[in-house]
Write a protein of this length. Sequence first.
Length: 131
Amino acid sequence: MARQQSTPETRSVRLLKVGEQVRHVISELLMRQEVHDDVISAHSISVTEVRMSPDLRHAHVYVKPLLGSDEEVVLKALRTNTAFFQKAVAGKLKLKYAAKIKFLADETFDEASRIDALLNDPKVLRDLDHD
């Protein structure tokens, strides 16, 4: 499922700041291994982006296990522990509402690799050399 194409200009500064704060809290929890889950503890997980809804009640958290291994297993473990993350984020950020967190796979690295492979294709390189 593709992300909605929105630019930073279309989102408010507050949404961006809160999203970044949520990303830092979740990253810190993962780094310190405060989540008591064997799957999460066994993997290094990168939180690449957090997109907040305009009312700050929902947070879409895009994650990528390093080296891209066991992505589905890691996502399942994160989704199982969603209540822990929501409680921790709500406790640290002191927002009016506790954001409902939804973990999603970050596919931007895969898309970038696909584009890079297309640009390095001999047929494309041949066309670029003529310019």
